[in-house]
Design a protein around this ligand. Structure first.
Ligand code: ZN
Ligand code: ZN
Length: 367
């Protein structure tokens, strides 16, 4: 019998959260829907009108949940108390009673405004501040458990990408292919599919194209960008396919893109600042004359959220460090004509970096 892998150390996470709260002069940390709550307590709120909220103070932690959702809560020893509120109660009154007397309260960025405004009404003496800084410092460096989940998710995404190279593209609509990819994402080992972008022909010039009824045909480049979740942690991969042999101009641009992605990955190391990785990709694309067609940042951090810190973008001078994980995804988008993108997840380690994705990055010619 093999032992199951160790889970997250929530006790250590709460301890670190309290250290960061002290550093920011915050008396209580309030988190609700989104990824901050599962990161801290291992419980994900049902995102609906019934309030789920955790209040973390130096003295303890309390999770307020709708009574009917209490059975979903995995109690973790002494880590936090649970208050299950009844349908006839006002849960904001209960939360307010827990934080009354606090001077500064940090609120998770994804807490709904209705909840925050309700607390502000009840607690006029409390100063509410954004908890993004605290949560960012906690979450930006992944521990071993998190990196293992990101690696497992990336390997599953690789299997989907490799399988796509053997698929018939022409004759299918973008929407049909996106549904196929979503199903394959689960079949390959993810618990859920998070998204599947399929952008064909001129649509591929729109990086976040919504797959539609366009029928994929010979001569199209097709950008497929998709991901799912394993143990809460996200995968996110992009590969570009071509239906039939590409024109020389497309092949030449694709060679530039491969070189740009490689240059950005090679630039990643501990101590390197985020914007320098962006510049490494942008220089290669700019030198080839496509600079105006690379219209987004080079990458984004990934973890419980598909997009989180650190962002690889001009103006971000934060230094990268071991344990950070992010996408490297340069693209070239020529409006009305074609688009292309290559995306891998990369993790910083002590010596440099490693790609978590290994699916082939060469242009895949499909039928
Ligand atoms: Zn992506
Ligand atoms: Zn991405």
């Amino acid at each position: 019998m093999t032992a199951s892998p160790p889970g997250p150390d929530f006790t250590a996470r709460l301890e670190r959260a309290r250290t960061e709260m002290t550093a920011d002069g915050v008396d209580a940390l309030v988190v609700s829907v989104g990824s901050d709550l599962p990161y801290l307590l291992g419980y994900e709120a049902v995102a609906n009108e019934r309030l789920t909220m955790a209040v973390i103070t130096p003295a303890g932690a309390t999770l307020f949940v709708p009574g009917l959702e209490e059975p979903r809560v995995m109690r973790r020893g002494e880590l936090f108390d649970v208050v299950a509120w009844e349908e006839t109660e006002d849960p904001l009154d209960l939360v307010a009673a827990r934080i009354v007397g606090a001077g500064r309260v940090a609120t998770g960025a994804q807490t709904w405004s209705r909840f925050l405004l309700g607390l502000q009404d009840r607690l006029p003496g409390v100063r509410f501040v954004d908890a993004t800084g605290i949560m960012r410092r906690l979450r930006v460096v992944k521990d071993g458990v998190e990196l293992a989940l990101l690696q497992t998710a990336a390997a599953a995404a690789d299997r989907v990408a490799e399988g796509l190279a053997g698929e018939q593209f022409s004759g299918r609509t973008e929407r049909e292919l996106a549904r196929f990819i979503a199903a394959e994402t689960v079949a390959a080992g993810h618990e859920t599919s998070s998204f599947a972008i399929v952008a064909s022909g001129p649509n591929a010039a729109s990086p976040h194209h919504e797959p539609g009824d366009r029928i994929i045909a010979a001569g199209d480049a097709v950008v497929a960008d998709f991901g799912g979740r394993v143990g809460g942690y996200a995968s996110d991969i992009t590969r570009t396919f071509h239906v039939g042999e590409p024109a020389p101009e497309f092949s030449a641009a694709y060679d530039v893109l491969v070189e740009a992605q490689e240059a950005a990955v090679a630039a990643v190391a501990p101590g390197v600042v985020a914007e320098d990785v962006d510049r490494a990709a942008r220089e290669v694309i700019g030198n080839a004359g496509y600079g105006a067609y690379f219209i987004h940042r080079t990458g984004h951090g990934i973890g419980l959220d598909v997009h989180e810190d650190p962002y690889l973008v001009a103006g971000n001078s934060e230094a990268l460090g071991p344990g950070m994980a992010f996408s490297i995804e340069p693209g070239i988008y020529v409006p009305g004509r074609f688009g292309m993108r290559i995306e891998d997840i990369v993790a910083v380690d002590d010596g440099g970096s490693r790609r978590l994705n290994s699916a082939g990055r060469e242009l895949r010619v499909v039928g």
